[in-house]
Ligand binder design. Structure first.
Ligand SMILES: Cc1cc2nc3c(=O)[nH]c(=O)nc-3n(C[C@H](O)[C@H](O)[C@H](O)COP(=O)(O)OP(=O)(O)OC[C@H]3O[C@@H](n4cnc5c(N)ncnc54)[C@H](O)[C@@H]3O)c2cc1C
Length: 590
């Protein structure tokens, strides 16, 4: 196996600064002429939602710069070998990662709340570090991506470096009365990768290695998407992912994984060859089409946090070819025709063409905007022919078209709102040295659409977006809806072939609203009320299905909305691998 890169991100790393031991090139190649299309793309890219969310940091937290440490790397290597104490690639489908433990040595006759000494013993049992309240790193170690959850104070954050560390944490959770959750990129829209108990953080298992003879990439479960893109693209390959750079590969894959290459290559989970997961009983299980195949099936969209803690994924890779990006604007006065034209064109386009449609407004703001953006795996001239079909469907050309061919990595940086940054900079400050991104609160809801919007549906949509303008401007932010085209490779998989049931949608809608950090609760409530009403108004037109990765605590029929007819089989898998419901959250399966 060719080792491409060792530790990618020493997230919240408590290890000493000996990064030179592990030379990692996280710098993205810059365009030959940075003043040319790149800047134009950046301006247009700034109009996308992701740029709004993953924006440059206003201030660096100098106390939280990560370092890459020797101990971290060794822990990672152990993780990729199957966990401390395990034989790498043993061919067995189940390993035990149990080891002598101070915290969990004696079998529990009665579950009790852990004492401070029990937590200390847990920390000693880990190869990684346990961060507790009062520790120097606690203030950043506990944070998720969304500042809405900054008030959650975990009793401990275990930075696991191996499957054995994960098993030790699960034994602790079984032994004591302590809520527990797994965390990878920390992007859960509901904050369910944090807890007042124990966070099992896997970002110490951040790695990508490529077997060039098979084209299979082994990816540590704590790898951020931008690191995956950066490392694999240097080898000329990629795995289809998502857009926000710091979403974790674990949460993304387990819930599906929608991105700019989905129509061409399928969801992230559709490219999964195998995975390693530690289940509630502490067993380290290899899952693929023939080993633990029911669990493997469930890990294709059954949702993060349900069946165990994934420690690594093996993906089939695809060529990281150049991508033609496009951004097309129309005046709001033509929004009705643009929506009608886009929904007829985008889901039926060739697989190589992915696009989205953004309708955005600002509280108290001026006229909303409408923009079609997308990617094409092919030549600029072929794309222009396809765009001609869109213009014909809309009835007018874009007022301000932008089309540019970019390297795969530059395209992904742009989609991530990082066109002006290197891969290293395209992180939160505590995720990587030089990280430039910052966080912004956001509420999201979703709908899959299986039939085109009628003219009354389009009218309702446009009114819903416009109505944000009547919300007071006090707290900043934006709101609207982004439609991602489905079809293509996504829909060529049967709804029961994987746990990801949504295989007949034309497009996926995400309704979002953001505001400035520190906004008054009344202003936040107004934005939330706007989103609720807008979403409610779209009920007659949507399919009733929702994307499990845009997890939505307010959904009451989430079992059906996320999983449809696959829910029953998912409960059977849950009963097999987590009969005592150790993995628990408000929308947990079973
Ligand atoms: C700004 C933003 C942009 C997004 N963009 C996209 C996109 O382009 N495409 C897309 O498909 N989705 C996107 N999402 C949704 C995203 O895929 C989900 O929020 C996903 O669950 C996040 O994964 P994570 O690892 O970052 O989050 P986490 O919060 O760490 O985890 C999410 C869930 O998975 C569980 N989990 C975490 N690690 C593990 C593990 N190792 N094993 C088992 N369970 C685990 C957690 O307990 C939690 O329940 C976006 C979300 C945000 C906030």
């Amino acid at each position: 196996m060719t080792l491409v890169t060792g530790l990618l991100s020493a997230v919240h790393s408590p290890f000493p600064a000996d990064a030179a031991l592990f030379p990692l090139d996280r710098a993205a190649p810059r365009p030959a002429d940075p003043a040319q299309p790149y800047l134009a793309v950046r301006r247009l890219g700034d109009m996308t939602r992701i740029t709004e969310i993953c924006r440059p940091a206003e201030a660096r937290d100098t106390n939280s710069s990560p370092v890459v440490g020797r101990r971290a790397f060794l822990g990672l290597t152990a993780a990729l070998a199957g966990g401390a104490g395990l034989t790498a690639c043993s061919g067995q489908d189940v390993h035990t990662a149990q080891r002598p433990s101070r915290a969990t040595a004696s079998p529990a006759l009665k579950r009790t709340t852990p004492a401070s000494s029990d937590w200390s013993a847990l920390g000693q049992d880990l190869d990684g570090q346990l961060v507790r309240p009062g520790d120097q790193d606690y203030s950043t170690a506990r944070l998720l991506f969304d500042p809405r959850f900054d008030g959650i104070m975990p009793a401990g954050i275990a930075f696991c470096h191996s499957a054995a560390d994960v098993a030790t944490c699960l034994a602790f959770a079984r032994r004591y009365i302590v809520p527990m959750t797994a965390r990878s990129g920390g992007h859960s829209y509901a904050g369910w990768s944090s807890t007042t108990g124990l966070i099992i953080d896997v970002t110490g298992m951040s790695s990508v290695s490529l077997d060039s003879s098979t084209g299979l990439a082994q990816v540590g479960s704590g790898t951020y998407l931008i690191d995956l893109y950066g490392t694999l693209s240097a080898e000329g390959v990629c795995v289809p992912g998502g857009s926000c750079p710091n979403v974790g590969i674990a949460g993304l894959t387990l819930g599906g994984g929608v991105g700019v290459l989905s129509r061409a290559y399928g969801l992230t989970c559709d490219n999964l060859e195998s995975l390693q997961i530690v289940t509630a009983d502490g067993q380290v299980r290899e899952c693929n089409a023939s080993q633990n195949s029911d669990l493997f099936w469930a890990c294709h969209g059954g949702g993060g946090g349900n069946f165990g803690v994934a420690t690594s994924f093996t993906f089939r890779t695809r060529p990281a070819s150049d991508i033609v990006l496009f951004f097309l604007d129309w005046p709001w006065s033509e929004a009705e025709q643009v929506v009608a034209g886009w929904q007829a064109w985008a889901p039926q386009a060739p697989d190589e063409l992915w696009s989205n449609l953004h309708l955005l407004a600002s509280p108290g703001g001026s006229t909303p905007t409408i923009q079609v953006g997308g990617t094409y795996l092919g030549s600029v001239s072929d794309l222009e022919a396809e765009l001609g079909n869109l213009y014909a469907a809309v009835g007018s050309d874009s007022s301000n078209p932008y089309v540019s061919s970019e390297s795969y990595l530059n395209a992904m940086l742009l989609e991530a709102g990082c066109s002006q940054y290197s891969v290293a900079e395209c992180h939160l400050p505590w995720q990587a040295t030089g990280g430039q991104l910052s966080r912004q609160p956001e509420l999201a809801k979703s709908d899959f659409f299986t039939t085109p919007l009628s003219s009354s549906g389009i009218g309702t949509l446009l009114s819903g977006v416009q109505s944000l303008q009547s919300v007071a401007d006090e707290a900043g932010g934006q709101g609207g809806v982004a439609f991602d085209a489905c079809g293509g490779a996504i829909n060529r998989v049967g709804p029961a072939d994987t746990a990801f049931v949504h295989r007949n949608a034309l497009f996926l809608a995400q309704y979002t609203v953001t505001w400035d950090t520190g906004a008054a609760s009344a202003d936040i409530d107004q934005r939330a009320a706007w989103q609720r009403e807008f979403y409610a108004s779209m009920r007659p037109y949507a399919s009733g299905q929702a994307y499990q990765n845009y997890i939505d605590p307010s959904l009451t029929n989430w079992q059906q909305a996320y999983y449809g007819a696959n829910y029953e089989r998912l409960t059977e898998v849950k009963a097999t691998y987590d009969p005592d419901h150790l993995f628990q959250f408000p929308q947990a399966i079973g």
